[in-house]
Design a protein around this ligand. Structure first.
Ligand code: SAH
Length: 345
């Protein structure tokens, strides 16, 4: 099988190229080209024979943009990326006052089974390698061209990042490499449905990323109805891991909370949530549920969302309602890929 050059750290690339009889300085040249999103054809300062040899053994850029869906309402662009094996994942490029932020996928599909999420409907096909995740960023940069560069990344596309732990951690180190994209880890959010042992492991990596927890419920009874992961790791264990993460890293944690009609969105639920997270250095991101055709769950009304927000604020909990961007292009996780699979994209 062909290797993916973008998976390699600079040191690994050095070892690999030296094995091909190349001088030590070559690795930095190749690394720098790769992390600009360049193909072998563009690497003009490399000997032609080396480029040929590399092309036989490795992918330069392992993915390409399969399709682009610009929003008519705002600057948001949705990408379908084609991976080298024909699998498709999606990414969303958003334009904020602080620059461009890209939401990337970490797996083809997802196996977590959350009731509201389109990514998980067909299970998980496979995990993405570190280089494939990097490629999502590089392709977005190429798409932007002179307009700018991706400065912020959220791991909130399809997949559960902590179910693809080693590749995700490798990706984080690669994307932060000063010889590569050099994106600050503080500008990266990693979102998880709550794999407790992996949160504990991540804490030990000492990477200053923002941890986002998809909580979506103030107690286990409700959480179990919509998130199977709650059967394995109850809320008290999750909260213990989060508290320890915050204490050790000093980083504020973000709780994602999708408001679903009746199920989790009354003022009592808001007060129960406040109690659960009181005293923790945190922020609550309220998401009006994105309607998914295949799911019976109904989004809470705008009025319910506002009341929920006001109740949290009255309890002195820092919270905002996530601005809906690109809602006309299949905003919710996994919806665009799903439509593509059904031949409707
Ligand atoms: N697996 C990770 C990251 C991917 S999902 C996680 O669970 O956090 C990114 C975020 O979108 C999560 O908070 C997820 O719960 C949320 N999400 C998924 N489907 C949604 C929908 N239909 N409406 C609103 N939010 C949704």
């Amino acid at each position: 099988m062909k290797k993916i050059l973008l998976d390699m750290t600079l040191d690994e690339l050095k070892a690999y190229l030296m094995g091909l009889g190349q001088p030590a300085f070559r690795a930095k040249q190749v690394f720098s080209w790769l992390h600009k999103g360049a193909s072998y054809d563009e690497m003009r300062n490399l000997p032609a024979a080396l480029r040929e040899k590399l092309a036989e053994e490795c992918y330069d850029q392992p993915s390409q943009i399969h399709d682009v869906f610009p929003s008519q309402k705002d600057d948001t662009v949705k990408f379908l990326y084609a991976l080298h094996d024909g699998n498709i994942v999606e990414g969303v490029l958003m334009h904020y006052h602080y620059g461009y932020s890209l939401c990337i996928s970490t797996q083809v599909g997802c196996k977590m089974g959350c009731a509201f999420c389109a990514s998980t409907l067909n299970g998980c096909v496979r995990s993405l390698s570190a280089g494939e995740m990097l490629s999502e960023v590089l392709l977005a940069n190429r798409y932007l061209g002179e307009k700018g560069k991706v400065g912020h990344i959220v791991l909130m596309g399809s997949g559960e990042p902590l179910d693809n732990y080693d590749n995700v951690v490798r990706f984080l180190r690669l994307v932060n490499d000063p010889d590569g994209l050099n994106i600050s880890l503080r500008n990266i959010s990693l979102s998880t449905c709550g794999l407790v042992p992996r949160i504990e492991k991540l804490k030990e990596e000492k990477l200053p990323v923002t941890l986002s927890i998809s909580l979506h419920a103030p107690n286990d009874t409700i959480r179990k109805q919509i998130m199977p992961v709650a059967n394995t790791w109850p809320i008290n264990e999750l909260m213990q891991a989060v508290r320890s993460y915050v204490a050790d890293t000093g980083r504020r944690v973000v709780f994602e909370y999708a408001l679903i009609d009746k199920l989790n969105s009354t003022p009592e639920h808001a007060r129960e949530l406040s109690k659960l997270i009181r005293g923790l250095q945190c922020h609550v991101n309220l998401i009006p549920l994105n309607y998914v055709e295949e799911s019976p769950l109904i989004p809470a009304s705008p009025k319910t969302v506002q009341t929920f927000l006001a109740t949290l604020e009255a309890e002195h909990i820092s919270a905002t309602v996530r601005r809906e961007m690109g809602s006309d292009i299949g905003g919710a996780c996994g919806q665009l890929r799903r439509r593509h699979l059904e031949g409707k994209a």
